[in-house]
Design a binder for this molecule. Structure first.
Ligand code: ADP
Ligand code: MG
Length: 316
């Protein structure tokens, strides 16, 4: 049946992004606590119909690695779309990373392994359904009180992307080089974004430019740098008790080394781009391939209590 926007009472603002807001809400009838994402869209009713149809797909996604969705509706002023989803108490990896940094703590290899495994699980689920996530980054990976790690905000709706064109900048530092360059992209672009995200969590720092190098002038310089430069390795910090295993190093190498090793000319504009590097995404592994990586196989056999990890960070 149709959802009524008046059925949900706002409890608090969870966050704001480029496309809209996310609130913690309570269903007045059932008392159920949920997260409500409100996205501003075009006021065109034809667009809304199509949009809501496309968003139906979200309700059919059922995976331990994907945030549960409960339905979507048009808000009472007819210019926004509301998407109801599972409230994840520990917030996004982005907010967890802030807490980790504040405590001057580091993420252990065990915890990172479980994160990698969960993101790969979510990506594999989406990719089996021919969905590219398109926006893997720390703030779109959310964590429950139980320590489950799940993906949210994936690109099920072409109509949504179109109707948000005015508000959504479309640029993110987590975008794969082929996307930054406006080249065709595929589900492998999500694997790039996952690698970058894991690298950032491992180091409490976005990987570009590498530590010790001067900061870049601005966003364009940073994007150009990401396209052209190799990804830094995982660096040990024995003083903080961080020593990466050979398997972890190799997992990261699988993601980046094979993503940039092939240099070739951009065919579209051979003169202008004579010296451009194109990181060949065809060399990048699929999530399915990475599942078989020894680091992930090892991680999946481990007994890791992420609920305890989350509780410690939040002092629950
Ligand atoms: P962005 O992902 O760019 O930060 P969003 O509008 O998608 O912008 O989300 C804003 C914030 O809301 C996120 O950073 C996250 O911390 C929080 N959030 C999103 N979805 C959920 C959810 N299902 N449960 C808990 N917090 C969420
Ligand atoms: Mg988001």
């Amino acid at each position: 049946g149709e959802l009524d926007p008046n059925d949900y009472e706002t409890l608090e603002r969870l966050g704001e992004g480029a496309s809209g807001t996310v609130d913690k809400v309570r269903d007045r009838k059932t008392g159920k606590i949920m997260a409500l994402k409100i996205i501003t869209t075009s006021p065109n009713p034809a667009v809304h119909k199509q949009l809501l149809r496309e968003l139906q797909f979200l309700n059919e996604c059922k995976s331990p690695f994907i945030v549960d969705h409960f339905g979507s509706f048009l808000t009472s002023n007819d210019s926004c779309i509301g998407i109801l989803m599972e409230f994840c108490e520990a917030g996004s990896l982005d907010s967890l990373l802030q807490r980790i940094k504040k405590r001057r703590a580091r993420t252990s290899e065990k915890v990172l392994g479980r994160m990698a495994e969960s993101v790969l699980g979510g990506l594999d689920y989406l990719h089996e359904r021919k969905i590219i996530h398109r926006d893997i980054k720390p703030s779109n990976i959310v964590v429950t009180r139980k320590g489950e790690i799940k993906l949210c905000d994936f690109g099920v709706s072409g109509e949504l992307v179109n109707s948000m064109a005015g508000t959504f900048t479309g640029t993110s530092y987590y975008m794969a080089p082929e996307r930054i360059q406006g080249l065709p992209y595929s589900i492998k672009s999500d694997v790039w974004s996952m690698g970058l995200t894991l690298h950032e969590i491992a180091h409490n720092r976005f990987p570009f430019p590498p530590e010790g190098e001067p900061p870049l002038q601005g966003p364009i310089e940073l994007l150009n740098f990401i396209v052209a430069q190799p990804v830094p390795k995982l660096i040990d910090s024995p003083a903080e008790g961080v020593v990466w295993s050979a398997k972890a190093q190799d997992f990261i190498a699988q993601w980046y080394a094979r993503s940039h090793c092939i240099a070739r000319r951009l065919l579209s504009d051979p003169v202008e781009n004579k010296n451009s590097l194109v990181r060949d995404p065809s060399q990048r592994p699929y999530p399915r391939d990475l599942f078989k990586h020894p680091w992930i196989v090892e991680s999946s056999k481990r007994n890791i209590n992420l609920a305890k990890w989350v509780a410690a960070l939040y002092e629950w």
